[in-house]
Write a protein that binds this ligand. Sequence first.
Ligand code: HEC
Length: 255
Amino acid sequence: MNDAEQKMISRREAIIGAGKFAAGAAIVTLGAQVLPARVKAATPAAWPWGYKKLDVQEVGNLAYENWYKNFCCYAVVSGLLMPLQKSIGEPFTSLPLEAFVWGHGGAVGWGTLCGSLTGAGIATGLIAGKEGEAILNDVIAWYASTSLPIYKPAQPKAEIKNVNTSDSPLCHISVGKWMKKEGVAFASPQRKERCARLSADVAMRTATLLNDWADKKYKPVHGSNVKDHGITTQLNCMECHGDKVPTPVMPAPAK
Ligand code: HEC
């Protein structure tokens, strides 16, 4: 065996060794995370998981910073739930927050529900159960009708000029209108900054409503789109249908 061959082998061994080590580490972490869940399986944690009032500014700062780690859905879930992992502990502590990264870009880039809102829904569902739906409904209505972003980071990662009202909870429409106004591409640092700030806004709005809910001051505002319009829908009908908005077929009145 010459020197070069020797080096190759020791490099391979090092790589294989590293692999073994990583696999071992994975089993150890898995063990630590899965075990409490298994133990709990016998006595499942009561759902919803409960709530301790959040510091709204802290939630926003966390969401903003965490956007740059794993994007919008993770940003909002972690902004809301990381403080509860500290203040409440289990079962929040065992929840792997990275499991919700998929919401980015309106579900892995499909431009459907803005991932920040998906994140808000995951959190409100765990925290408030069925009542969380009303909170999410109001967060979505607010999102679609508010000029965003509002949040100003202490140390911005990029400067942006524009805010916009989306009239829609869809990622594609919301970010598309803003990109046109700002004159930037999707991959630009400005667009990233806008989505990071907007995620902070959604997390803060959700925390504000959850705090009101905890104080028994929360009153749902937005009604049911299905009841009002006879179809699951967003409210910017004319942006898609022009002035020929179809009338949904309604059920025949009961005789
Ligand atoms: C994001 C775009 C978008 C928005 C917003 C939207 N629609 Fe639609 N809607 C569509 C598309 C696309 C279809 C598929 C059928 C078609 O091409 O007409 C559809 C289908 C429908 C249908 C069933 C098909 C029919 O002709 O009866 C109804 C009813 C309807 N929309 C009503 C509404 C109403 C009312 C609103 C607002 C409250 C609305 N839509 C908002 C895009 C949209």
